[in-house]
Ligand binder design. Sequence first.
Ligand code: FES
Length: 101
Amino acid sequence: MLRPVCPLDAIPRGEAYRWAVDPPVAIFHTEDGEVYAVDDTCTHQDASLADGWLEGAEVECPLHASRFDLRTGQVDAPPAKKPIRTHRAEVIDGVIHVAVS
Ligand code: FES
């Protein structure tokens, strides 16, 4: 079920928002204007991916630089081995909505 999170313009392009649900979800607004939602906690250790570096549709973990594809959750660079969960994100009337998987 899609739930409203925040206005799209509350997250500038190239930045992320940590949605404090349980478990927390990181919502990214890419430079290209896409919106993606994934689990916020890295699958390697306890780092918040919303604090990571966004590059295109990938995020680099701030702790040990694993990279995750935000479209698929796949790991593109170690040390993480497990993918992150992705969640459906949609912008409806200027508000980001996310359906937690
Ligand atoms: S905690 Fe993310 S790569 Fe180690």
